[in-house]
Design a protein around this ligand. Structure first.
Ligand code: NAD
Length: 480
């Protein structure tokens, strides 16, 4: 907070157990509402006295570049904490952390290239400028599934715009957010520009979304909490909102696809991060003529994928992050069977002696009204539905309240483009899935969210525009 560590003192502590190993790994304080006020004060002062937004783009870019370099230096340490708290495979965690360094390096360019517009066509008497200004103090609430990646898809863009930050990570995965704050300080970010409060969503998170001196709130998490964020903004100060919420993302496979590639991509799309991924391809929609064969191909991939200790370099699917999430996934697997779906494979927990693991699960005979086809499970559970025509595939894909992401697998360019145009989703993949990088924006259609993160769109999200009208020469007087 304000560029320095605050001792936990007599605050209550939260002990985090490794979800894969069942032993305590980290301990963070449950910050109080007074702590939050102090953090908002620090961010407010840092914004209002222009110690950051008043710097030129070159100086801001230098801090972001140094941050990228320091993340690379500490990549193994950050990845280790990420795996211990979240349960994700260490090789995946390391790749994510390096991707985060890249986010800062990319955003450093945006700090220098961010600009507005000019209007030189308003006649000889008037010149118009449109300037971009940072929104102010940004509250940043992040979930537990990609604690460092989601943080770094936002922080560099927020800082590139000139805003200051109060971040509240998920209570179960706070470590790497604290490490980032330390790195930013080491990289030369002025005190007060990045503050972190740890603690529960229901207490300190709620206080942050209601805070009257926070100008914008970037929330990533469930649609249910997203609704509370919207309510809180309306009841407090109408803060600007960025919302990245849930998804129930379709993967459409046509018979003319490279089915080997598609099966691998589909398995990756639901197995990656144990399916605890907002953009997981959890609804498989397959052309009927190949549906049974394709189900067998996906099952073969599931049989071979390596589920196990996330600290093992060879592991591809690690632990389920929380006991509550584990119970939720298992209850959906039971509900799917009770509703009449056919369990093709998986459906069970893997007994490793400690921790919580669920093997990839595939359901057939799924109808659109079933809860496993409609609700976000946030686990390695895939449903298959067949289609006969492209119109039907598009209709099934759009039959959801969400609109976060979608994939289409086909070698026919007309089908690929028709599906891409007509399926409502903020991120689209053609013959691949879950690809991404700092250039391409993230965000959802419909109930998957508002606004965009990353890319030029991401930095612009944290700015507001001002129109400036400049009179040239002698005024034509109103009072003659
Ligand atoms: P969650 O909504 O329970 O929690 C997210 C964050 O909000 C946490 O930091 C939590 O402490 C906080 N929070 C909880 N209650 C709050 C309240 N009343 N006020 C303020 N903050 C509160 O979500 P989760 O279980 O951590 O994450 C899973 C969800 O996140 C899934 O629905 C997933 O789809 C979504 N998600 C979306 C994206 C995206 O980019 N669209 C990315 C990752 C996760």
């Amino acid at each position: 907070m304000n560029g320095a560590w605050v001792p936990a003192g007599d605050r209550e502590l939260f002990d985090r157990q490794s979800p894969a190993h069942g032993v305590p790994v980290t301990r963070v304080p449950k910050c109080t509402v007074e702590d939050l006020d102090a953090a908002v004060d620090a961010a407010r002062r840092a914004f209002d006295d222009r110690r950051w937004s008043g710097l030129n783009g070159q100086a801001r870019a230098a801090v972001l570049l140094r941050t990228g370099a320091l993340i690379r230096e500490r990549a193994d340490e950050i990845a280790y904490f990420e795996t211990l708290e979240n349960g994700k495979p260490i090789s995946q965690a390391r790749a994510e952390v390096l991707g985060c360094a890249d986010m800062f390096e990319y955003a450093s360019g945006l700090a220098r290239s961010l600009h507005g517009d000019s209007f030189n066509n308003l006649g000889d008497g008037l010149f118009g400028l449109v300037t971009r200004e940072p929104v102010g103090v940004v509250g940043l609430i992040t979930p537990w599934n990609f604690p460092f990646l989601i943080l770094c898809e936002r922080v560099p863009y927020i800082l590139a715009s000139g805003c200051t930050i109060v971040a509240k990570p998920s209570e179960v995965t706070s470590a790497t957010t604290l490490i980032l704050a330390e790195i930013l300080s080491d990289a030369g970010l002025p005190d007060g520009c990045m503050n972190v409060v740890t603690g529960a969503g229901s207490s300190i998170g709620q206080a942050l979304i209601e805070h009257p001196r926070v100008d914008m709130l970037s929330f990533t998490g469930s649609t249910a909490v997203g609704r509370r964020v919207v309510e809180a903004a309306g009841k407090s100060n109408f803060k600007k909102l960025g919302l990245e919420l849930g998804g129930k993302n379709p993967q459409i496979v046509f018979a003319d696809a490279d089915l080997e590639d598609a099966a691998d991509g589909v398995a990756f799309g639901i197995g990656f991060n144990t399916g605890q991924c907002c953009v997981s391809g959890s609804r498989l929609i397959v052309e009927r003529s190949v549906a049974d064969d394709f189900a067998r191909m996906v099952q073969a991939k599931f049989d071979k994928v390596r589920v196990g200790d996330p600290l093992d370099e060879a592991t591809q699917i690690g632990a389920i992050t929380t006991e509550a999430q584990n119970a939720t996934i298992m209850s959906y697997i039971e509900r799917g069977q009770a509703e009449g779906a056919r369990l093709i494979c998986g459906g069970a927990q893997l007994d490793m002696g400690r921790g919580q693991f669920i093997v990839p699960t595939l359901f057939g005979d799924v109808t659109r009204d079933m809860s496993i086809a409609r609700e976000e499970i946030f686990g390695p559970v895939l449903t298959i539905m067949p289609f006969d025509t492209i119109e039907e595939a598009i209709e099934i894909a759009n039959d959801t309240d969400y609109g976060l992401a979608a994939s289409v697998w086909t070698k026919n360019i007309d089908k690929a483009l028709t599906v891409t145009r007509q399926v409502q989703a903020g991120r689209f993949w053609v013959n691949t899935t879950l690809a991404g990088g700092p250039e391409l924006p993230l965000g959802g259609f419909r109930q998957s969210g508002w606004g965009r993160e990353a890319g030029i769109y991401g930095v612009e999200e944290y700015t507001q525009v001002k129109s400036v009208h400049i009179e040239i020469g002698k005024r034509d007087h109103w009072v003659k």
